[in-house]
Design a protein around this ligand. Structure first.
Ligand SMILES: O=P(O)(O)O[C@H]1[C@H](O)[C@@H](O)[C@H](O)[C@@H](O)[C@@H]1O
Ligand SMILES: [Mg+2]
Ligand SMILES: [Mg+2]
Length: 289
């Protein structure tokens, strides 16, 4: 299709360019500033945000508004400041300016700029830029997934005992939640699997599934901005997406499983404790689930 008949390609090209520019900003700070003194907290004492998160999100949104004025946004730090988190059928940019803020603060080199794009509530393309590694992960629905232009393919492994699994400890330190996290981790580790890893970034864990170095990533407590961009990178690399309940992925549910195939997904899901965090799109005054 020519560019004029492919309205979303121009948007995706813009996302790649602004993600790369954002990555330059992030590297500049990591190399030249000590972020630890500029850290603020959000939902818990370990849910961190910095002025760089906010500056990067403003940069992305302002650049998009000038080119695509009718498009909508769901941005992590905008939602944190009170913007609604509702995915309509309108073209919507779903942005996590820094996925892995805790890594960023500690100069741990796994930090992803995440830009997903949804139309009619379906993710059309995703861009995840691993800024410190300089790896640009991209995928367009129906057209494959790539890292720095090289095609991505998930692992062909079907034996869970030969698999690598990724997960995160999240930002919720409620003792009951911590118990559920460790209960799942204990069951998965004891299968046994070859190993359990965590990049400190939901999106980069999902990109590790897409590139075939991890068979499955799961987490409860993620947000739509953590996973939207990487969701299409996983599926376009041949992977599958599920809820930790085994059902279909619901981007707003705060639960995700991203796997190389159904066999591994089903086997690991059988070991997971299912619990819920408040949905991203909950009405402000509704009771938590
Ligand atoms: O770094 P952010 O964008 O806040 O996202 C991370 C979140 O803070 C953690 O709680 C999750 O465990 C990670 O998976 C997210 O990447
Ligand atoms: Mg995030
Ligand atoms: Mg973030």
């Amino acid at each position: 299709m020519s560019k004029s008949h492919d309205p979303w390609q121009d948007a995706m090209d813009h996302a790649v360019a602004v993600a790369r520019k954002s990555g330059e900003m992030i590297r500049e700070v990591v190399q030249n500033q000590d972020q630890s003194s500029l850290v603020q907290t959000k939902s818990s004492a370990v849910d961190l945000v910095t002025e760089t998160d906010q500056k990067v999100e403003r940069l992305i949104i302002q650049s998009v508004k000038s080119k695509f004025p009718s498009h909508r946004f769901i941005g992590e730090e905008s939602v944190s400041s009170g913007e609604p988190c509702i995915l309509t059928s309108d073209p919507t940019w779903i942005i996590d300016p820094i996925d892995g803020t805790t890594n960023f603060v500690h100069r741990y080199p796994f930090v992803g700029v995440c830009i997903g794009f949804a139309v009619n509530q379906q993710v059309e393309w995703g861009v995840v830029y691993s800024a410190i590694e300089d790896k640009m992960f991209t995928a367009r629905r129906g057209r494959g997934a790539f890292c720095n232009g090289r095609p991505l393919q998930v692992s062909t492994q079907t034996d869970v005992h030969r698999s690598m699994v990724a997960t995160e400890f999240g930002s919720d330190r409620d003792p009951q939640v911590v118990d559920k996290i460790f209960s799942s981790l204990h069951k998965v580790l004891s299968l046994p699997v070859h190993g359990v890893r965590g990049a400190g970034s939901a999106a980069l864990n999902m990109c590790a599934v897409a590139r075939g170095s991890v068979e499955l990533y799961y987490e409860t407590g993620v947000h739509v901005w953590d996973i939207a961009a990487a969701s299409v990178i996983v599926t376009e690399a041949g992977g599958v997406l599920r809820d930790t309940t085994g059902g279909a992925l619901d981007l707003m549910s705060r639960r995700i499983v991203a796997a190389n195939n159904e066999t591994i997904a089903t086997r690991i899901i059988a070991e997971l404790e299912v619990y819920s965090s408040e949905r991203d799109d909950r009405a402000p005054d509704c009771e938590p689930e």
